[in-house]
Design a protein around this ligand. Structure first.
Ligand code: SF4
Length: 150
């Protein structure tokens, strides 16, 4: 299972298949990470620096995070894509296709001016989360999506 959790500053990614339950995250930021709660990650009351530090301690790579840089990411189901916006300007997108075998993620557009900000990862996660909620298989043919999900 893949999930994204956000506050105004950061987006936190969690990949449940990598999680080894060493609980470094819970010790590092108990307000953000609590296995007794659903959802178990809640950034609302947590300090961003503390969350970042806790994620650095995760031994498995199940957790990662990026600064959002005021970039908004939305799921656009009718056009089979997720889209990133800087203000009203569309700056990136990730495209998928529904097939009988599942959700095929076949293209992630990367504009160099917005590189190294984790935007493509947010775009891929946005599609994957929705596909997982709909219990669809995910088939990443885009090399970037495959790398993220590998
Ligand atoms: S520190 Fe990482 S591996 Fe441990 S419980 Fe948290 S997410 Fe899972």
């Amino acid at each position: 299972m893949h999930r994204t959790y956000e506050n105004d500053d950061i987006a936190v990614f969690w990949d449940s298949e990598k999680c080894r339950h060493a609980h470094k995250c819970v010790e590092g930021s108990p307000k953000a990470f609590s296995p007794m709660r659903r959802p178990w990650i809640d950034l609302g009351e947590a300090d961003t620096a503390e969350v970042w530090q806790a994620i650095d301690e995760c031994p498995s790579g199940a957790l990662s995070c990026v600064y959002k840089h005021d970039i908004r990411v939305e799921y656009d189901e009718s056009n089979c894509r997720s889209v990133a916006y800087d203000g009203e300007s569309r700056i990136r997108e990730c495209d998928f296709q529904e097939t009988p075998d599942g959700c095929v993620i076949y293209h992630t557009e990367v504009r160099p001016a917005y590189g190294n900000k984790g935007i493509a990862k947010r775009l891929v996660y946005k599609i994957v989360e929705e596909a997982e909620r709909q219990k669809k298989a995910i088939i990443p043919t885009c090399s970037y999506a495959a790398k993220i999900l590998g």
